[in-house]
Design a protein around this ligand. Sequence first.
Ligand SMILES: Cc1cc2nc3c(=O)[nH]c(=O)nc-3n(C[C@H](O)[C@H](O)[C@H](O)COP(=O)(O)O)c2cc1C
Length: 163
Amino acid sequence: MSDATIDPGDFRRVLGHYPTGVTLITSHDDDGPVGAVMGSFGSVSLDPPLVMFMPTRASSSWARISATGSFCANVLGSDDVDLCVAFFKKDPDCWDRMPWHRSALGSPVFDHALAWIDCTVEEVFEAGDHLIVLGRVQHLDSTVEDGASPLVFFRGGYGRFED
Ligand SMILES: Cc1cc2nc3c(=O)[nH]c(=O)nc-3n(C[C@H](O)[C@H](O)[C@H](O)COP(=O)(O)O)c2cc1C
């Protein structure tokens, strides 16, 4: 069957059955902090240490992040739904909602992120209407105690991981 027969609504609905975690990809330029909610984050390679995320080509945040040459992936916890929605809606106060500091590369790190991965942009690949951004990991840490639950996105809604 040709891909011309794939309905965009079906594509979103069916692919929405694949659960993801939720990251806030951040950077910082002369205009201040920038951040975008991305579910398409993942680890790629241990040697060298590479991760990736996939922004839409139309992303205004990516245009700014790309110009800095570095980003930090902040892994959100299940208590961070309001924070996630605030960033998605671009609420003017979203950076005031939680404590953050700048990484060694200058990107915002949330003090209560489950984990953070500080990267330089290694390579960018074109992929249809999105881009695949490869990041080379420069620093990383996980900062919360046992029992913390990640924020999970599934079929258009938010949930938590239960073991
Ligand atoms: C849970 C969640 C996951 C998302 N994941 C992605 C993603 O992987 N790639 C993407 O381009 N946009 C994703 N978005 C939408 C982006 O946050 C953003 O709205 C979009 O990329 C437009 O970019 P801009 O705000 O930088 O212009 C996601 C939104 C939500 C709420």
